[in-house]
Write a protein that binds this ligand. Structure first.
Ligand SMILES: [Zn+2]
Length: 104
């Protein structure tokens, strides 16, 4: 059973699917691209799904961001593709999106 939600809704990846490899925090899922299935339903695009550590400070807080970056740069980037792929597959199983033309 899939849920249909607005394409602008921000989703967290469930912890059982994946957590931040550097600090163990939850991950946001950032979707920048959607694909339409033959039946007309929209899913997240395979290359448009990225995960983001929920503990990442706003870039405007330069010091906090640099501290976050230093603890994450060794472990996070190498795992990113794998986590993003997991997130993509989880989304594909669970979610369909309402995409407005202005979002697509
Ligand atoms: Zn983290």
């Amino acid at each position: 059973m899939t849920k249909t939600i607005s394409a602008s809704k921000v989703i967290k990846l469930p912890r059982r699917v994946g957590v931040c490899p550097a600090c163990g925090a939850d991950l946001w899922i950032d979707i920048s691209e959607w694909t339409q299935l033959r039946n007309g339903a929209w899913i997240a695009g395979e290359c448009g799904v990225m995960t983001e550590c929920t503990k990442e400070p706003d870039l405007a807080h330069r010091k906090a961001w640099m501290a976050w970056y230093h603890t994450h740069m060794g472990t996070y980037p190498p795992m990113l593709w794998k986590l993003s792929d997991k997130a993509y597959r989880w989304l594909r199983r669970n979610y369909r999106f309402e995409v407005n033309n202005s979002d697509a």
